[in-house]
Design a binder for this molecule. Structure first.
Ligand SMILES: [Zn+2]
Length: 299
């Protein structure tokens, strides 16, 4: 039963994901080849000893890969969360929205902040605050501009205050009121897809996909930059919390996602919204709801 639920979730990601890729490909993009590659992600399933296997494209925009990556990240940090429950803080660091042509520069400058922050604490006697941060970029459809921001989970109140203070110093244009610190954390929030892909149409109150030119621009702008980063863990802490030496490099996370090629005999192949075997058997039984189908197919 559980496997069917998992497969149906997988089918839903693939269904939305293919439509997303299809539309991203139609934009004025420099990523055509990489987008194309994502069509083949999870395009067949192979069942071996009760386990479902497939190949992964490992691209950032891929919904299939993002789901698996989220699970791997949550798994990696579980022990840190459990042991420090109660002393973890979630900080949101923002800047005023930027225009299209400045997005790449803005993202780079934001990433350089973390180097500066860690370095400045190191100089001040080695203060270390373990953290996990994620870059998110959203598009404001009304203002037609971009909102790159960080969500950070950080240990200790002192750490959260220090991070917040230094951010305001590093970016004199940032507004105090736009930052946020709260006790606790939401890993689900942090591990999810790094940009919003659906918006609500104000007139009809219906969900719709975001502007694909804008989404493509986000992916072009974050190309080669880090979405996830960790820091501040001592050697002992790394050993204590993480099963392997902690590396929060996207490539390394994805290394765990083995893409093996199998003999395709007996495999199920993606056909629209489910994987079907040569004999016509459906792997998941997923059928998109009519309303949802309309959203996906209306583009
Ligand atoms: Zn993929």
């Amino acid at each position: 039963m559980k496997q069917i639920e998992t497969l149906q979730k997988k089918a839903l990601s693939k269904y939305i994901g293919n439509s997303l890729i299809n539309n991203l490909q139609k934009t004025n993009t420099t990523l055509t080849k990489s987008y194309k590659n994502s069509f083949f992600c999870n395009s067949f399933l192979y069942f071996q000893e009760g386990k479902c296997k497939s190949v992964y494209c490992k691209n950032r925009w891929c919904l299939n890969c993002s789901r698996v990556k989220s699970a791997l990240i949550i798994n990696q940090f579980e022990k840190w969360f459990q042991i420090n429950e109660g002393s973890l803080y979630m900080v949101t660091l923002t800047l005023p929205n930027c225009e299209r042509e400045n997005l790449r520069y803005q993202v780079r400058k934001m990433n350089s902040f973390f180097r500066y922050w860690q370095e400045s604490n190191r100089k001040k006697g080695g203060l270390k605050f373990p953290f996990f941060r994620k870059l998110e970029v959203t598009f404001n459809n009304r203002l037609k501009n971009y909102h790159p921001h960080f969500h950070v989970i950080i240990e200790s109140q002192e750490g959260s205050q220090d991070l917040y203070k230094k951010w305001l110093q590093y970016f004199p244009g940032s507004k105090e009121v736009a930052q946020d610190i709260r006790v606790g954390y939401s890993m689900k929030e942090l591990a999810k897809y790094s940009t919003k892909i659906f918006t609500k149409d104000k007139k009809t109150d219906k969900r719709k996909f975001i502007d694909f030119e804008a989404l493509n621009h986000i992916y072009e702008s974050v190309r080669g930059t880090r979405i996830f980063q960790t820091g501040g863990f001592t050697k002992e802490e790394k050993l204590k919390y993480f099963s392997e030496n902690l590396e929060m490099d996207e490539e390394k996370i994805f290394d765990k996602l083995k893409s093996e090629y199998y003999d395709l005999d007996g495999a199920f192949f993606w056909r629209g919204y489910d994987w079907i075997s040569e004999d016509g058997e459906m792997a998941s039984g997923f059928v998109p709801k009519e309303g949802f189908k309309q959203i996906i197919e209306s583009i």
